[in-house]
Structures are given as structure tokens and as C-alpha cells.
Design a protein around this ligand. Structure first.
Ligand code: NAI
Ligand code: MG
Length: 492
């Protein structure tokens, strides 16, 4: 009850500031973004709408902190301790952060809490890892010693989406800061509040000014300025492929490296020999979690013919019992992030219905949900034409598509039959088949008899093809957030 009350009142009327060079600042123009709660469509707070000049001052601060500040000379263990301390502050403020995340994004409070727990884990993991990344010595010519140093890129610019703002900022910041980079993060205009709070907590933890900057504003203004800034050394982005292209084009003009995490159309493949009772709840939660607004959502279920009807019927039963409601009611899913996202989901659903795609079930929007909220009931379609827009494009909503298949070859071809390749789930008891499919399915993460939509901070994560490139999470992110410098000594 306490947390439900907090999540409907937290930050009411608060004018948030961004964090640049250790200071809480408004935008130079004084322009602000109004914060709308997706659960009721009501404005409850505001934050700065920054432009090029604000971004420039943040990047300059990050540059100074990297070049001259204590940060670049701080021993790795000390950097790690600061990151660990930030994780502790996140834990101390867990209730508030979870409530804020839920109110800002419309996600059920339960999900907000899970996001805070993952955020703490990121800082715990990267705080402990900071002093455990090291280079090699390389056998070379007689009279020489050759070695490699892991060097930070410098100033990392990071553009964060609205679906998991806390988690995604923590995964970028944890790895970037552990390796000695400084950071300028630009959260999404739809969900910037917890990023601001995290930057405030970083100051409290004792990060030197300019190390952890959060500049807020619209993508087309603050985001574009950050992506194009010549003093940014490396860029990370999570979001849509189209915006990823724009950011890569901006980075290319400065010849900067990028990590891109661009979503997916991730399949779960259910063979006739699978433990179907174990699979069913996972098939549902992989698409319903966060209202389907998850890059790694399991949005396609491929089912072997002999069990197709049985699995489809069981999923339909479950789907018809799912309800969407306000974040504080903590139902199966919340509202979608904004009216545009809801129209996008409606567009996919209408198009599929018009083309005669069978609707197997619909969930419901709770009768008590505020009428002005951005709700969309879950929809289950099947069988879906594998060439259709619904089968090929990321909906980013609570819409699940079913596809029957005959044999392993067809399963693989359907699984790999989109432009994306982020995550896959394989459900079968046949051990040899588990191994064959794990190799042949093109996805950055493959789960066998399970599925982790966004889970597992230890696990390297990223895409093939349109899902992006570069890897985040786990130890591998530390390599992505640094580069090799080779040093050769000629000592005769
Ligand atoms: P988006 O990709 O445009 O926004 C993500 C971030 O990029 C935000 O911080 C935004 O301010 C920033 N941004 C936007 N335009 C920019 C630009 N020109 N330069 C630099 N930064 C820019 O996503 P949007 O419009 O919010 O959602 C549209 C679709 O994108 C969704 O329907 C969904 O399919 C996909 N999406 C996927 C995500 C994922 O995790 N894979 C996350 C968010 C959206
Ligand atoms: Mg919001």
C-alpha cells in the first residue's frame, strides 16, 4: 500500500534540473519538457529542454574531467569503489526510484522495483570489475617487450531510451565509468526523471564534477547535438533502428565508434517434445513484461505442428486473463509510454486484422484504469503470415504472433527470417537439437528452455544485423568501453 501511494504522488510538481559539471542546472534557454504520467495522461513535473549549448557545456565538462581531472588518474580500484557506492545509494533510495520510474513510464510498480534491483546489480558488478580488466604481454622479437594497455575511449556520449531508463543508463554508466571514461548521457524526453536522480546520486557518491553528466531534452535537439559533438569520443545508443542510423551518420562525420542496440523481433521456438507447461508462462511474460516495450521482447512464438493447437489454445486462455492498468494498481502490464506509441501498436493490429489475420485472444484494460491513460489491451494473433508487416517489424507493444512449423529446418528459417537478431528461446528436450539450434539461430543471446527478456546483467548482450552491433552487459562491455593500446619497448 505504501509503495502504491508513493508511486502515485512521487515528484508531484517538482521542477527537475539536469546535472552538468557537478551542478544542477536548468537549460540555458529556460525551456522545459512537461512530464506526463502514461497511467492518467496528467502532467506532474518538468525537466530542462536542452539544446546545443547545454550539450556543449556538458561535453566540455566531461572533456576537462577526462583530460585534467582526478578521474583519469584515479586508480581503477578507487573508480570501482565510487561505482559500488553509487549502487549503495541506489539501494538506499530504491523505493523512491522505483516509484519515480513507474510513474514516469507507466510500468507496474513491481517492474519498477525489478528495474531498481537490476540497476543495483549493474553497479555492484561493474564496481567490482573495474580493477580486474588488464592487458597482455605479447611474445615479440628478441630485444623487445610488447604489451597492451586497456585504455578508455575518453568522453562517452550515451543516448538512452524510455523503456528501461534506469537499467539502461546503469549498464552504460557502469561499464563506461569502470574503464575510466567520463559520461554525458541524454535520457529520452518521455522518461528522464530517474536518470536525473541517478546523476544526483553520483554527485552524492563523490564522483568528481564532469564525470557523470545527464543532459535532458528532445532527441532532435539535445540528442542530435550530442551525437554530432566533435569532442565526444564514443557513442552508445539503445532505441529504434531509424534513430540509430541518424546517430551513426552523425558519428561517422566525426569518425567515432558506436555501440548500437536497436531492438528485435525475437522468436521462441517450441518443439513438440518440449515441456510445454514450463514454457507457457515464459512465452506470455516475455511479451507482456513492460507492455511489450522491451528490445528483447519474445514477440514471435514458433510452434511445431503436432502441438500448435494445444499451445495456441493455452496461450489464448492466458491472454484473455491478462489486464492492463495504472502502474500503481500493479496489474500484468501498464499503459504504453505515450499516445504515439499506442497509435503505432493500434496501426499494427488494425493492419493485421484487415488482412484477415486471426485474433486468438485479447486481454483487457481494467475498468478502473483512468480514461486518459495510454492503454492497449494485449492481442494474440495466429497463425501469422511470416512475410507480413506484423511478422517482420518490431511492434513494441503487447502483441504476440504465432507461427506453425513442420521441422527443424523450417523453424530455423522462420527464426532467422527477419532483419533482426537479438534474442531467441528454444524449447526442446532433445539435447543434440538444443546444440544445433543454439548455433544456427542468429541472435546475440540464445536461451534453451528459458527466456530472459532483458535479464542477466552478467550476460553479454547485443544484436546481429538490424538489431545492432557491439555488446553490452557482462565483462564484455568493459572491452567495448575501452580500446587496446600496444606499447613496444626496445631494450636491446
Ligand atoms: P527513438 O529511438 O527515436 O528514441 C530513443 C532515444 O533517442 C531518445 O532518447 C530520443 O530522445 C533519442 N533521439 C531521437 N532522435 C534522435 C536523433 N535524431 N539524434 C539523437 N538522439 C535522438 O525511439 P522513439 O521514437 O521513442 O520510439 C519509436 C520506436 O522505437 C518504438 O516504437 C520502438 O519500436 C523503438 N524503440 C526501441 C527501443 C529498444 O529498446 N530497442 C527503445 C525505444 C524505442
Ligand atoms: Mg514519462
Amino acid at each position: 500500500m505504501g509503495s502504491s501511494h508513493l508511486s502515485s504522488s512521487v515528484a508531484e510538481g517538482r521542477a527537475f534540473m539536469q546535472v552538468i559539471d557537478g551542478k544542477s542546472l536548468d537549460s540555458l534557454s529556460g525551456n522545459r519538457v512537461e512530464v506526463v504520467c502514461p497511467s492518467d495522461g496528467r502532467v506532474f513535473a518538468s525537466f530542462p529542454a536542452s539544446g546545443e549549448a547545454d550539450v556543449d557545456s556538458a561535453v566540455q565538462a566531461a572533456r576537462r574531467a577526462f583530460n585534467d581531472g582526478p578521474w583519469s588518474r584515479m586508480p581503477a580500484v578507487e573508480r570501482g569503489r565510487l561505482i559500488t557506492r553509487l549502487g549503495q545509494l541506489v539501494a538506499e533510495n530504491a523505493e523512491e526510484l522505483a516509484a519515480l520510474e513507474s510513474r514516469d513510464t507507466g510500468k507496474p510498480v513491481r517492474q519498477g522495483k525489478a528495474d531498481v534491483a537490476a540497476t543495483m546489480r549493474y553497479f555492484e558488478f561493474y564496481g567490482g570489475a573495474a580493477d580486474k580488466v588488464h592487458g597482455d604481454t605479447i611474445p615479440f622479437l628478441e630485444g623487445y617487450t610488447a604489451l597492451t594497455l586497456r585504455e578508455p575511449h575518453g568522453v562517452v556520449g550515451s543516448i538512452i531510451p524510455w523503456n528501461y531508463p534506469l537499467q539502461i543508463l546503469a549498464r552504460v554508466a557502469g561499464a563506461a565509468l569502470a574503464m575510466g571514461n567520463t559520461l554525458v548521457a541524454k535520457p529520452a524526453e518521455d522518461a528522464s526523471l530517474t536518470a536525473i536522480r541517478m546523476a544526483e546520486l553520483a554527485l552524492e557518491a563523490g564522483f568528481p564534477p564532469g564525470t557523470f553528466n545527464v543532459v535532458t531534452g528532445y532527441g532532435s535537439e539535445a540528442g542530435a547535438a550530442l551525437a554530432a559533438h566533435p569532442m565526444v569520443d564514443y557513442i552508445t545508443f539503445t532505441g529504434s533502428p531509424a534513430t540509430g542510423t541518424a546517430i551513426q551518420q552523425a558519428a561517422a562525420l566525426n569518425n567515432r565508434g558506436v555501440t548500437m542496440e536497436l531492438g528485435g523481433k525475437s522468436p521462441q521456438i517450441v518443439f513438440a517434445d518440449a515441456d510445454i507447461d514450463a514454457a507457457l508462462p515464459v512465452l506470455v511474460s516475455a511479451i507482456i513484461q513492460n507492455g511489450g516495450q522491451t528490445c528483447s521482447a519474445g514477440s514471435r512464438v514458433l510452434i511445431q505442428r503436432p502441438v500448435y493447437d494445444r499451445v495456441a489454445a493455452a496461450l489464448a486462455k492466458r491472454f484473455s486473463e491478462i489486464s492492463a492498468g495504472p502502474h500503481y494498481a500493479d496489474l500484468d502490464l501498464g499503459a504504453l509510454i505515450n499516445p504515439r506509441q499506442r497509435s503505432r501498436v493500434e496501426g499494427f493490429v488494425h493492419d493485421a486484422e484487415e488482412k484477415g489475420t486471426p485474433v486468438l485472444a485479447r486481454g483487457r484494460v481494467d475498468a478502473d484504469a483512468p480514461a486518459a491513460g495510454f492503454y492497449h489491451a494485449p492481442v494474440l494473433f495466429g497463425p501469422v503470415d511470416a512475410a507480413s508487416m506484423l511478422a517482420q517489424e518490431e511492434v513494441f507493444g503487447p502483441v504476440l504472433c504465432l507461427f506453425p512449423f513442420e521441422d527443424e529446418a523450417e523453424a530455423i528459417s522462420l527464426a532467422n527470417g527477419t532483419e533482426y537478431g537479438l534474442v531467441a528461446g528454444i524449447w526442446t528436450r532433445d539435447g543434440a537439437r538444443q546444440h544445433r539450434l543454439a548455433k544456427r539461430v542468429r541472435a546475440g543471446q540464445v536461451f534453451v528452455n528459458g527466456y530472459g527478456a532483458g535479464g542477466g546483467i552478467e550476460l553479454p548482450f547485443g544484436g546481429f544485423r538490424k538489431s545492432g552491433h557491439g555488446r553490452e552487459k557482462g565483462f564484455e562491455a568493459l572491452l567495448g568501453m575501452s580500446t587496446t593500446k600496444t606499447v613496444v619497448f626496445n631494450h636491446g
